[in-house]
Write a protein that binds this ligand. Structure first.
Ligand code: NAD
Length: 491
């Protein structure tokens, strides 16, 4: 049979096939790839977990996970027929032997050409065990590709990340490891290189001569929800800054890669992440702020949440000022903040440009102010950008006013475009790791974050210190007012 060129061929083995991530993200994403023709006849999925499910029950779970997608039942059944369930304790060697046999059988049945994708949708403490068994039981194939997908968190500091990476590296080469950071699958995050390197008018100004400061805000409205146990052992700094925020920052600040591909982007991201100014302990106390939300009559405080320690000192909010020690960014602060139970759920980047050196219109009227040029990249919920400029008021005389250039992606087009996990799975099928986090990026990010975390571990915070529905503690605003600046997005 002649294959359509867009069809990808692979056996997915999902460790943690009964879990939340698999049901909410992976099965719907695989289904979307299926209905778009990227997966057709030559794919199969083995779901593994400890529960003793049958294939029939597994197919019902797959169908349930697609209930929100308006789809034809017959297509769902056809898709689900590619799924096989194997009860598997990842610590039991015997189970890998059964897994290997099933993999080979499915490879023959579906013509999978030895292509393997291993998705580790499980707690990270199992990653090393799974990787070493995949090697010792010879589950990797010699003929096709072998790729492993790792979820966050990748360690909880540099030392544990390195240990995990060493374990994975004993089985997989770096170019076979896909570390997921789902922010890198978001439309407007992927738009950053297009905006920067596709527009001379921006790239020419993209440096310390013209940019005053940059602000990155990842704001969440919900509390810890069902991730309480994990979160109370992690906190906002480790959960959001080490990965998502530093990844966004690296895309905003890296030099132009020789080519827009995996090697080019990785090399430039590593360089800039290794140039982050490393704080001393004293500098941490003035440049990083942590917070934890309290309670109100209607909202439960962090310490009262289910499965959170009543005296927890974990940060549910972090704000910081990051400096980059290189020529382009010398003296430009990058203010970042993220937290739970904030005013709203959104992600935005504000690039604040410097003011013109003179205002020639003020001799006409003292009210003729110049607007600060701010490029806002709206990542979510709206996706697009705004550019604030100075213009002239319509009419007689000469009066200035701020004007806003606004671009927003079409909501329907956006709704029809792939969700982050679908994009990233598609990239993995193509063997393209441009939108994934490479080890040296992870290492540099942890080294930066470890200094802050260490200082915090050694100093007790006074928590709670911010109200649910606010934009965090007062100290997060002070971080900017101290520098005669303010957050572009305020409460
Ligand atoms: P989960 O607890 O819902 O699922 C864990 C899975 O592991 C289940 O299928 C469980 O049966 C299986 N499992 C546990 N112990 C096992 C063992 N000894 N042998 C075999 N199977 C075993 O977790 P989740 O929310 O799906 O998260 C999975 C991974 O993805 C974690 O690393 C998590 O940090 C990461 N992650 C999840 C989300 C999310 O939205 N759920 C988001 C980001 C990252």
């Amino acid at each position: 049979m002649k294959l359509m060129s867009k069809e990808k061929i692979a056996l997915f083995t999902i460790f943690g096939g009964t879990g939340d991530l698999a049901r909410r993200k992976l099965y719907p994403s695989l289904f979307n790839l299926y209905r778009k023709g990227y997966l057709q006849d030559h794919f199969a999925v083995i779901g593994t977990a400890r529960r003793p499910w049958t294939d029939e029950h597994y197919h019902e779970v797959i169908a349930d996970s697609l209930a929100d997608l308006d789809v034809d039942d017959a297509l769902v059944q056809k898709f689900a027929s590619h799924f096989y369930y194997q009860s598997h304790d990842v610590t039991d060697v015997q189970h890998y032997i059964t897994l290997k046999k099933l993999s080979q059988k499915l490879d023959d049945q579906y013509g999978l050409q030895g292509n393997r994708i291993f998705y580790l949708a499980m707690a990270p403490n199992f990653f090393g065990t799974i990787a070493s068994h995949l090697r010792s039981e010879n589950i990797l194939t010699p003929n096709g590709f072998n790729r492993v997908i790792i979820e966050k968190p990748f360690g909880r500091d540099y030392a544990t990340a390195k240990e995990l990476n060493d374990q994975l590296s004993a089985t997989f080469n770096e170019n076979q490891i896909y570390r997921i950071d789902h922010y890198l699958g978001k439309e407007m995050i992927q738009n950053i290189p297009a905006m920067r390197f596709g527009n001379q008018i921006l790239e020419a100004l993209w440096n310390h001569d013209y940019i005053d400061n940059v602000q990155i805000t990842l704001s969440e409205k919900l509390g810890v929800e069902e991730r309480a146990v994990y979160y109370d052992n992690s906190g906002a700094l480790r959960d959001m800054v080490q990965n998502h925020i530093l990844q966004i920052l690296s895309l905003l600040t890296m030099e132009q890669p020789a080519n827009f591909d995996e090697d080019g982007v990785n090399a430039e991201k590593v360089k800039v992440l290794e140039s982050l100014h490393q704080y001393t302990s004293d500098e941490v106390s003035t440049n990083f702020v942590r917070g934890q939300y309290g309670a109100t009559d209607t909202v439960t405080g962090y310490r009262q949440e289910d499965k959170i320690e009543p005296d927890s000192t974990m940060d549910s909010f972090v704000a910081g000022k990051i400096m980059i020690d290189n020529e382009r960014w010398s003296g430009v602060p990058f203010y970042v903040r993220t937290g739970k139970r904030l005013k709203d759920k959104f992600t935005r980047i504000d690039v604040v440009f410097k003011q013109p050196l003179t205002n020639i219109f003020q001799n006409l009227s003292a009210e003729n102010q110049l607007a600060t040029n701010v490029l806002t990249i709206n990542v979510e919920p709206e996706a697009g950008f705004d550019l604030q400029m100075t213009g002239k008021q319509v009419g007689q005389g000469f009066a200035t006013m701020p004007v806003n250039l606004h671009y927003q992606h079409d909501a329907q087009e956006l709704a029809d475009s792939p969700e982050a996990y679908e994009r990233l799975l598609h990239d993995i099928l193509n063997g393209d790791a441009t939108n994934f986090t490479h080890w040296h990026q992870v290492a540099a990010s942890w080294k930066f974050v470890d200094v802050i975390q260490k200082y915090w571990d050694e100093h007790q915070p006074e928590f709670p210190n911010y109200a649910p529905g606010s934009m965090g503690p007062q100290a997060a605003d002070d971080l900017l007012t101290r520098d005669d600046r303010q957050w572009v997005y305020k409460d």
